[in-house]
Design a protein around this ligand. Structure first.
Ligand code: ZN
Length: 136
């Protein structure tokens, strides 16, 4: 086993690899790495300082989740390059205030009247009632 202090410091302190990862580099046990850290007087990190602590049964760290979401960005994301599903619908206008509204294609019916809100809907109903009264 030929572990140099400089290499160990580089891996452990600068690259912030875990003793387990370093053990894989040297093909030895993480216990051996920890012994060497002690021998070389390299200050050991606590568990919380670990950049990717993923112990069994625990939740992923914030950093780990950020790394995963970063990895999922761009073309690796299943939604990448696909049309925004909102664009697949229809733009309709509120019959009362003419505000632009979005309706899903399946909800769109050219014979329907659209209201942006309940207020407009009740205004329309009121107006229709007034008109009906007028014509009766
Ligand atoms: Zn409206």
């Amino acid at each position: 086993m030929n572990i140099k202090k400089e290499s160990l410091e580089k891996y452990y302190t600068q690259q912030k690899l875990s003793s387990h990862s370093i053990a894989q580099i040297y093909q030895c046990s993480s216990r051996t790495i920890l012994d060497y850290l002690e021998k070389f007087n390299i200050p050991k990190r606590t568990y919380k300082d670990n950049i990717m602590p993923t112990p069994h049964g625990s939740k992923l760290s914030r950093e780990h989740r950020l790394k995963i979401s970063k990895a999922m960005m761009g073309e690796r994301n299943p939604m990448y390059g696909k049309e925004n599903p909102r664009k697949l619908g229809k733009i309709v206008h509120c019959i009362v205030c003419n505000k632009e509204l979005y309706r899903k294609k399946c909800q769109f019916n050219p014979n329907n009247m659209y209201f942006c809100c309940f207020k407009c809907q009740s205004l329309y109903k009121k107006g229709r009632k007034l008109n009906e009264g007028r014509f009766n």
